[in-house]
Ligand binder design. Structure first.
Ligand SMILES: [Zn+2]
Length: 102
C-alpha cells in the first residue's frame, strides 16, 4: 500500500475523532445574555458543503478549511444563540442567577 494513502486515511481518522470528541460534551453552561442554564449547541463557522466541495476538488484548501472550521467551533446558547456562555457552577453564573431571580 502506498504510504501517502495510509497518511491520508490516518488524517481522516484524526479529523473524525476531533469532530466526535467536540460533540460529546454534557457539561452545563449558564448564558449571560438570557440567563438560561443548558447544554450548549456547538457550532462551527462556515459550511459543511463548502468543506465537502473543497475536499473533492482540491485537497489542500479542504484541509485548511477543515482546520479553520474545527478551530472556530464555539459554544452557542440554544435559547438565544449568544456566545456568552460560562460554566454552570462559576461564581459569575451563580451571581447572575441570583440577580435574575430577585
Ligand atoms: Zn442565551
Amino acid at each position: 500500500m502506498d504510504f501517502g494513502i495510509v497518511l491520508l486515511l490516518a488524517f481522516f481518522g484524526w479529523l473524525a475523532w476531533l469532530m466526535l470528541k467536540s460533540k460529546s460534551s454534557d457539561e452545563q453552561f449558564h448564558c449571560m445574555d438570557c440567563g438560561v442554564d443548558s447544554q450548549p449547541t456547538i457550532r462551527a463557522k462556515g459550511s459543511i458543503w463548502i468543506e465537502v466541495v473543497l475536499w473533492i476538488c482540491f485537497i489542500v484548501p479542504g484541509l485548511i478549511y477543515s482546520i479553520w472550521r474545527l478551530s472556530s467551533k464555539r459554544n452557542i446558547c440554544p435559547s438565544c444563540d449568544g456566545a456568552n456562555l460560562i460554566p454552570y457552577n462559576s461564581p459569575a453564573a451563580v451571581k447572575h442567577r441570583k440577580e435574575l431571580s430577585s
